[in-house]
Design a protein around this ligand. Structure first.
Ligand code: CTP
Length: 412
């Protein structure tokens, strides 16, 4: 690994047991040619030693904002950094970063830094899943912070679950991708979707019952939004047809907001006519109430019987309308809870898609409302690609790799 040659990395280490792995991160970064400025918080220093990091990086470990006032250490370090990594990032430091608190050298330095910031959270599952942490992570993401992991696995004290810091190698690879030369942001994938039009659907549709109620589902839209962002980074013209989601629109993506399955169909069909690829990551309601009450259904009228009717299957319609071998390339998703791959294969055939991404939404670390996903990509051509648990951005790129491999070469 020498893809970080000459890159100056600010390595923030915060107070969790995973701090010991930050030593390996430092070693890998130095091995890849980076200059590493380690900043250890007081909590980190209870777990790991300053001497370890000085020895590994050959540089002084900065500890205190008060150490050398004339040198303005925090401003100097912040300005000098090409990229900053907080590894591990505790729930506490995520909260401080989300609110802009600056009460130690690391947080003041990160406020002064304008470079890309990557955080690798590590904490117990309960802390990771706490609404406060979820909110803070969302705030950081919408601000453009790259959140790596956490992984699922053994945690301190014998617990097991989401909250384990990503492997040092994964963190270093993520930094290498970020600091790739301008115009090559996606590394070797740069520009491989240039000149292509990609339509992505995301989120869960809502089918109204009356003016205040609807039938909905748990899809957050994260996977679709990650796909839209990844396709745009790889050079595509991207249309995101989004069912209600609070997620921000990624840079360079044109968003079309819809609520119901019928609206999604009306938005997708004309866009698909000019698209090279349609990715149906949305969770589209299969049924809608046959009639929508014009005023709020009152309980005095008794328990209502809601008659449901089938919604159009947008993916199946696109599959049926397409002549063999003609665009667009169709990618479906299947959220399943049992016999995951068998259902996926059947769906792939039924809907005449080219690729079907299957995930097991019964696990707690993949599927709905989480930042990670573990999927299997099934191809019409019989292929089967397993994507291990990873952040949704990384999964999005793996899915797009399969798409790119199947796109017909362009004329000229
Ligand atoms: N899909 C669609 N229109 C629908 C229902 C689903 O376009 N009315 C798409 C989804 O966006 C997804 C794929 O079809 O890409 C599979 O969705 P899923 O809900 O898993 O499949 P269903 O066909 O609804 O099958 P079931 O609910 O019986 O598992």
């Amino acid at each position: 690994m020498s893809d970080l040659a000459g890159v100056r990395v600010l390595l923030g280490v915060t107070g969790g047991i995973a701090a010991y792995k930050a030593a390996q991160v430092a070693r890998l970064l130095v091995g890849a040619g980076a200059t590493v400025d380690p900043v250890l918080t007081a909590g980190a220093r209870r777990f790991v030693g300053v001497a370890t990091f000085e020895g590994l990086t050959g540089r002084r470990v900065r500890q205190d904002v008060w150490d050398d006032i004339p040198a303005e250490t925090h401003v100097a370090l912040g300005r000098a950094a090409d990229v900053a990594l907080v590894y591990p990032a505790t729930a506490h430091v995520l909260a401080k970063l989300a609110t802009g608190l600056a009460d130690d050298l690391l947080t003041t330095t990160l406020l002064a830094a304008t470079c890309p910031l990557v955080v690798a959270p590590a904490m117990h599952t309960e802390m990771w899943q706490h609404p406060a942490t979820r909110h803070n992570v969302e705030v950081l993401r919408t601000r453009g912070v790259h959140v790596l992991g956490p992984d699922d696995g053994p945690l301190m004290g014998g617990d097991v679950g989401p909250g384990r810091v990503v492997a040092p190698e994964e963190a270093v690879a993520a930094l290498a991708r970020l600091v790739a030369p301008v115009g090559d942001l996606a590394g070797e994938r740069a520009g491989d979707l240039a000149g292509r039009t990609v339509v992505v659907t995301a989120g869960g549709t809502r089918e109204p019952i009356d003016p205040v109620r609807y039938l909905g589902n748990r899809s957050s839209g994260r996977m679709g939004v990650a796909l839209a962002g990844a396709a745009a980074r790889r050079g595509a013209t991207v249309h995101l047809v989004a069912a209600p989601t609070h997620l921000a629109t990624p840079a360079g993506v044109t968003r079309h907001d819809v609520t119901t399955a019928a609206q999604m169909r009306a938005a997708v069909l004309p866009l698909a006519a000019d698209a090279d690829v349609v990715v149906k990551a949305a969770a589209v309601a299969d049924f809608r109430p046959a009639a929508v009450a014009t005023s709020k259904v009152k309980k005095e009228a008794g328990v209502p019987a809601i008659e449901l009717v089938r919604n159009p299957d947008i993916l199946a319609e696109l599959g049926a309308a397409r002549a063999p071998g003609q665009p667009p390339l169709l990618v479906g998703f299947a959220a399943e809870t049992d016999d995951v791959e068998a259902h996926g294969r059947a769906k792939l055939e039924r809907k005449r898609a080219d690729l079907l991404v299957v995930n097991d939404v019964s696990s707690t670390d993949a599927g709905f409302e989480v930042d990670t996903n573990r999927v299997v990509i099934l191809g019409r051509d019989g292929s089967r690609t397993v994507v291990p648990l990873a952040g949704k951005d990384a999964v999005a790129d793996r899915i797009l790799d399969e798409v790119v491999a199947r796109l017909p070469a362009r004329d000229g």
